[in-house]
Structure formats: structure tokens, C-alpha cells
Design a protein around this ligand. Structure first.
Ligand SMILES: C[S@@+](CC[C@H](N)C(=O)[O-])C[C@H]1O[C@@H](n2cnc3c(N)ncnc32)[C@H](O)[C@@H]1O
Length: 260
């Protein structure tokens, strides 16, 4: 990947512009990054976001995927060459099956474990993929205890930002522990410079999406923070791939490889 220096401005709801100099695309550039501020402890966490997903209608979530430009599976197409050869894959937060559908469309032949905390989504996935080489695990990622190790982990649609800032390092450590040597964890996020299409954003990187009776809070990590989380967890190769969806929305992909 080539070196690209980009000046990004994060625009808050209050009109404040926080300049963030983002060094992207190159592992060398990543190596220059030294500091990340100490994570704050907010008044929400990943568990308190569960109610939102439990109540949220599937067609509304599908509508968000359309609006944000993910419905076509552009994110899966981008990373597919990196995982096509693998034989075991964990997908985190499988929801209504968007990622699994695109993996199958692209011809993925390995075994997929689709991890999903919500009961409604897990039941839907179990029925939808009952005839296939896919296991649905109805469990919370943070509580997942398994001896299974995977060749690849996919955590797309900014699943990591459903975890509060202070929860993100431990959860990246968890991914590392779930991988085989040489395994790859692929984490996709909203752009840290722009709020999600359906969000009411109060502060840079922080967002709130309001449902009928509940809300989901999020915190979007910067590339610098992701670099630090991955390094601390033990990943030996960290790549950053900014991209744009079919609706021209900027988003981030991180490819974290475990040492042989
Ligand atoms: C925005 S959806 C992502 C959908 C899917 N990954 C995609 O890219 O289309 C987030 C999903 O993650 C699930 N989720 C959130 N926290 C979780 C956790 N701790 N463990 C397992 N699933 C979780 C939610 O229930 C929801 O279905």
C-alpha cells in the first residue's frame, strides 16, 4: 500500500472542527504513531446497547445498509481475496445475515461460525442457514468461551463501535486469542471523521442512534487508536484501508494479522 497523508476535519454537531492529521495506508506510517489519549469511561457500554438491536426491525436495518451503501456487499468484496482460501471463519454480530449472504455469493467454501448476541437475529440466522456449512452461535462476544481457533474473523459494519472506548482494547485482545497463528481479523468501521447516516451525533467519534423505545450509542476508533489496540494485542501486521461505499460514504477497514 502506498503512503498517503491526509488532513481530516471531524465536524461535531456544535459546528466545532477538530483537526486530526491522519497518516494512513502504510504500516511504516503507522509505526510513527506514538500516543493515544487515555480512554474515557462513558455512561453506556456494549451490554446497554443490546435492547436497541432486540427491538429493531430487520427491514429498518436493511434500509440503513442501503442508505449507507453497504447493501451490495462492497465491503465483503474488498476483503474477500484475503479470506477466500481460509477454512474456518468467525463472523461477529451476524445480525440478519448480510455478510454471510455475500460470503456465499462470492463462493466462500469454508465453515462459518455466525456469532450473534440477539435471540431474534440468531433464530432467523439458524433457520435461514440450516442446510448449510454454517453454525449460529447465540452468545455475547465478550463472554464467548471456546477452544476453537479461526483462520479469519470478520467484524463488519462498525461492530467495534458498539463497544465503548474503554471496552475496545480488551475486545481486540479477545479477537487475537480467537485466531490461529497466521490468522487474520478484519474490522470494518464507520469513518472516524463522519457520523453514521442515521445518527444524532453529539461529539466527534461519539454517536447515538435512536430507535422506538431505546437507543444505541457508539464510539468510532481512529486509525491511530486501532493501531495501538492491535499492537498491544500482539498483532504483527496491521493494515489500514480507507474506502468508500456505493453511496460514496467514507469508511475504514483494518486488516490485523497474527504472527505465524
Ligand atoms: C449493525 S449490526 C451488524 C450487521 C452485520 N455484521 C453486517 O455487517 O451486516 C450489529 C450486530 O452486532 C450484534 N452485537 C452487538 N454486540 C454484540 C456482542 N457483544 N456479541 C455478539 N453480537 C453483538 C447486534 O445484535 C447486531 O446484530
Amino acid at each position: 500500500m502506498s503512503l498517503l497523508h491526509a488532513e481530516n476535519a471531524c465536524v461535531c454537531k456544535h459546528g466545532l472542527r477538530k483537526q486530526t492529521a491522519i497518516r494512513c495506508l502504510s504500516t511504516d506510517a503507522y509505526n510513527e504513531i506514538q500516543t493515544v489519549k487515555h480512554p474515557s469511561k462513558p455512561d453506556w457500554n456494549n451490554l446497554s446497547n443490546a435492547e436497541y438491536y432486540d427491538e429493531f426491525p430487520i427491514d429498518t436495518l436493511q434500509g440503513y445498509a442501503e442508505k449507507g451503501g453497504l447493501a451490495s456487499g462492497i465491503d465483503v468484496e474488498l476483503i474477500f481475496p484475503r479470506i477466500a482460501h481460509t477454512t474456518s471463519l468467525l463472523e461477529i454480530g451476524a445480525c440478519y445475515g448480510r455478510i454471510v449472504d455475500h460470503l456465499l455469493r462470492l463462493g466462500y467454501k469454508g465453515h462459518i461460525d455466525a456469532l450473534e448476541r440477539g435471540r431474534k437475529f440468531s433464530a432467523l440466522l439458524a433457520e435461514k442457514y440450516s442446510e448449510m456449512n454454517i453454525s449460529v452461535i447465540n452468545q455475547d462476544l465478550a463472554k464467548l468461551t471456546t477452544k476453537t481457533k479461526y483462520d479469519a474473523i470478520l467484524w463488519m459494519w462498525s461492530g467495534i463501535s458498539d463497544f465503548a472506548e474503554n471496552e475496545q482494547q480488551p475486545i481486540v485482545n479477545k479477537l487475537y486469542g480467537l485466531l490461529k497463528p497466521n490468522g487474520i481479523a478484519i474490522i470494518e468501521t464507520f469513518s472516524h471523521t463522519q457520523s453514521p447516516v442515521n445518527a444524532k451525533t453529539d461529539l466527534c467519534q461519539h454517536y447515538t442512534i435512536t430507535g422506538k423505545n431505546s437507543s444505541v450509542h457508539g464510539f468510532i476508533p481512529t486509525p491511530e487508536a486501532m493501531k495501538l489496540f492491535a499492537t498491544n494485542a500482539g498483532f504483527s501486521n496491521i493494515q489500514y484501508l480507507p474506502y468508500k461505499t456505493t453511496e460514496n460514504r467514507p469508511r475504514n477497514i483494518y486488516l490485523l494479522t497474527k504472527e505465524p
